[in-house]
Design a protein around this ligand. Structure first.
Ligand SMILES: [Ca+2]
Length: 277
């Protein structure tokens, strides 16, 4: 009963007037596992956090950014979406120039990217396939999964966290891609849907909330949102013309640098999060 209530509430959590037409905006519960919701006795109140820009970099305005990852050597990797245009890219942070590592078949729509266990993982929106590449960027097999694929990241154990556009995040084994665990994400006790691009940051999962300038800071233990980072105004002026929504988060735990960008954004930003309004 509780599970159905959670799903119903997830549906209600959609924005009152979502911008048209979000191709990946249909919340879809994971169907491959039995949900294991964590009882939340006392919901915490999510704080509102702000940001400051540390550095600005050029970014390909034609990149419909879906996944962003900074490797330990300071090399940036990006995946993009849209049918016939989905690419996996090696990106030069300073210049924004990139090399295409691979392109998806026309029918597939690229989504999030992560690297773990010696392989890159690139999921797709609605074709239920995850492509993998070895450390030398050679194709290294595929995994099938149920439901949609939106965002992907890894935790320090090497497991994969994946979003599907709903309020659910699933933990997957990188060897088999099988689901090990599922959490329901709540903000102030209510389901928070539309979770998109992901990044593991200092024991928390950062998640873009699709169609908004907000990034949720999620406790992986129980799915509670500790804070919402408000990136309103990050892209402004002529840069904002023709640009789509914020999407793309990368973090380097060594330098503690955080980068964000968006779909069809001409800029990529290194930002510092301020814990306060
Ligand atoms: Ca990311």
């Amino acid at each position: 009963m509780r599970w159905f209530l959670a799903l119903w509430l997830a549906g209600c959590a959609a924005p009152a007037a979502p911008p048209p037409p979000p191709p990946t905006a249909s919340p879809s519960p994971v169907r491959s596992v039995t949900p294991t919701p964590v009882a939340i006795e006392t919901p915490i109140a999510a704080a509102r956090w702000n940001y400051e820009v540390v550095e600005r970099y050029p970014h390909d305005r034609k990149a419909y950014t879906q996944g962003l990852w900074m490797d330990p050597k300071g090399q940036l990797w990006e995946t993009t979406g849209l049918r016939k245009e989905s690419t996996f890219r090696q990106v030069d942070l300073k210049t924004g120039k990139f090399q295409v590592v691979d392109k998806l078949p026309d029918k597939e729509f690229g989504e999030g990217l992560a690297f773990t266990a010696g392989r890159y993982f690139w999921i797709t929106w609605d074709t239920q396939v995850c492509h993998t590449y070895d450390a030398k960027l050679k194709p290294a097999g595929e995994f099938k999964y149920e439901g949609e694929g939106w965002g992907l990241t890894t935790d320090p154990s090497g497991d994969l966290w994946m979003s599907n556009g709903s309020d659910k995040l699933v933990l997957r084994d990188p060897k088999t891609f099988q689901v090990k665990r599922e959490i329901s994400v709540t903000r102030d006790g209510q389901p928070l849907g539309y979770l998109n691009e992901l990044e593991w940051v200092e024991g928390r999962i950062y998640a873009n909330v699709y169609t908004t300038p907000f990034v949720a800071v999620i406790r992986p233990e129980d799915g509670q949102v500790e804070a919402m980072i408000d990136f309103t105004g990050l892209l402004s002026g002529s840069d904002a013309q023709g640009a789509d929504v914020l999407n793309g988060i990368a973090y380097d735990p060594k330098s503690k640098k955080l980068w964000v960008t968006g779909k069809l954004w001409p800029k990529l930003f290194q930002v510092r999060v301020r814990e306060g309004p």
